[in-house]
Design a protein around this ligand. Sequence first.
Ligand SMILES: Nc1ncnc2c1ncn2[C@@H]1O[C@H](COP(=O)(O)OP(=O)(O)OP(=O)(O)O)[C@@H](O)[C@H]1O
Ligand SMILES: [Mg+2]
Length: 318
Amino acid sequence: MGVEVAVTGLTKKFGKQLIWRDVTLTLPAGEVSVMLGPSGTGKSVFLKTLIGLVKPNEGSVVIEGVDIASCPERELYEIRKLFGVLFQDGAMFGSMTLYDNVAFPLREHTRKSESEIRKIVMEKMDLTGLVGAEDKLPGEISGGMRKRAGLARALVLDPEILLIDEPDSGLDPVRTAYINQLFIDLNAQIDATFLIVTHDINTARTVPDNIGLLYHKHLAMFGPREMLLSSTEPVVAQFLNAQRVGPIGMSEEKDADELAAEAGFDMPPLPPITRQLEPSNGLPRRAERPAGEWCRENGIVPPPGSFDDAVVAPGSAG
Ligand SMILES: Nc1ncnc2c1ncn2[C@@H]1O[C@H](COP(=O)(O)OP(=O)(O)OP(=O)(O)O)[C@@H](O)[C@H]1O
Ligand SMILES: [Mg+2]
């Protein structure tokens, strides 16, 4: 049912360049979490640290009792089998067909026969809508298909933890909506722990159970979706609602002049909290929280019309 990933006090520097410091969060088992942040804040570095490809300067990443930031290579190799990863650039082998790309981890890490491999590869290609494209080369297909092929490959070893770096960059809104639905359906089906890095606000608002925001070399906030969507913390509110006014500028933090120019402009009120996507495959999601539950438990009144029913008034229903 997915495994928990406990990150404590994580700090990463490249030489003298601090990427982020003291990042502490827990990816709950079986839940979908999204990591947001302006470009260059170290989201991809964070993802790579979670699988031990990048070593942090300080802190720990504990998975099933093993700290992958400090464990020996041999143990790391074993732990990595729990992961499926879709890297930002897709990392497909250009000279191999989609079929061979998707089959690669099975040929590399298991002793399965070619007929067993075929069964698994075709199942994952079916799941990601790629049946019929097996013989194509990565250079012959659209960006969206490449993303889905990368996802199929990330799934072949039945991961407990799925890390996905910008699945929606370069995709049109229709394909983004399709891939978002695919994540929710997959989560209901395989119950793995998901971490999705994205820039897409609509994805962040509708897909995850939890949201995190990396900003200015630290984790600004991490918690249940409704907590961040109802947060009035300026950085969080600006980023999650794609507002121009606020502390974040084109190159991360705004300088004093930019902020002074904005003085007097108030941030617009928070928009309604959209409902979380539901699985389309009829399977229940084990991790799903009822809409409005977090707000109700914490006495937060979300903006009007946030949820269809009256579930969210504090003290009602709950
Ligand atoms: N192997 C490396 N060696 C040195 N610096 C690196 C390395 N990998 C990443 N960096 C630096 O770390 C910083 C964060 O990079 P990262 O790719 O994690 O950003 P990001 O948040 O994923 O950005 P984007 O949203 O554009 O993908 C950048 O300044 C980058 O140059
Ligand atoms: Mg990145």
